[in-house]
Design a protein around this ligand. Structure first.
Ligand code: B12
Length: 189
């Protein structure tokens, strides 16, 4: 199963103070360790445009998409989710990141995603996708930090600390190569 992780672009003029996206980098490592093929499309990288994101999404070379949502990127996340659904409704659409963690109910109300995670998703995201693939038998309630829709409402798993963060490994630097990001301040005005 192929997974595309996306931080949608919010400004064609370049996004503020860019540094590599550690959140998506760690998630990529967790997914790879569980046998998934992963790619990252980060709007923070140099020369990104909305057109390039749309072209990337239209390639449809992924079975699941994970979108990182900031409060300032809800609209872009909405457009991304809607384009993916119109291209292929079978693609599993998942959201996470600061906005979802900060106001889960609002995020699920604003965004038409199948699943969401609040807080860290290194343990839960691979487990959810393995369950969907039929490789893991577990209940949604057993998936760390998962949020899902049921009977018209939301189910939100409790936040539990990760006991051994060192065991999560390092971010997938090949997918968030610092050379692909603009130098802070020097390339933005
Ligand atoms: C470092 C940092 C930055 C860096 C790097 C950002 C980046 N893209 O990685 C820089 C300086 C570039 C930056 C920029 C911005 N930041 Co900032 N940043 C932080 C900071 C200090 C740490 C983030 C971090 O690296 N955490 C560690 C990584 C491993 O965790 P993570 O990114 O949260 O990801 C984990 C989970 O959130 C989750 N997750 C994340 N994405 C996804 C996606 C999916 C699909 C799933 C399932 C899970 C998931 O799993 C990840 C792994 O566990 C936080 C504050 C904080 N303490 O968290 C603010 C914070 C996230 N930033 C914030 C803001 C507002 C911004 C900007 C909008 C500022 C601006 N005005 O331009 C931009 C937006 C950047 C963007 N759109 O990409 C706010 C977000 C508030 C909100 N409600 O959205 C925060 C919370 C600070 C604050 N309290 O105001 N930021």
């Amino acid at each position: 199963m192929k997974v595309l992780l996306v931080n949608p672009i919010t400004s064609e003029r370049g996004m503020f103070a860019a540094t590599p996206n550690l959140g998506l980098g760690y998630l990529a490592t967790a997914l790879r360790r569980n046998g998934f093929e992963v790619n990252i499309w980060d709007g923070m990288k140099k020369d990104m445009t909305r057109k390039k994101l749309d072209e990337r999404l239209r390639r449809l070379d992924y079975h699941a998409i994970g979108i990182q949502v900031y409060t300032c990127s809800v609209e872009e996340a909405r457009q991304t989710l809607s384009l993916v659904k119109s291209l292929n409704p079978e693609i599993i659409r998942i959201i996470g990141g600061a906005h979802v963690s900060g106001d889960t109910e609002a995020a699920m109300d604003q965004l038409d995603a199948d699943f969401a995670f609040r807080g860290e998703a290194e343990l839960g995201l691979p487990k959810l996708l393995k369950k969907i693939k039929g490789e893991e038998e577990c209940a949604y309630t057993d998936i760390h930090h998962l949020i899902w829709r049921e009977n018209g409402g939301l189910k939100i798993n409790e936040l539990l600390p990760i006991k051994d963060v060192t065991a999560l490994g390092l971010p997938s630097w090949d997918l968030i190569n610092p050379n692909e990001y603009p130098m802070p301040l020097s390339e933005h005005s």
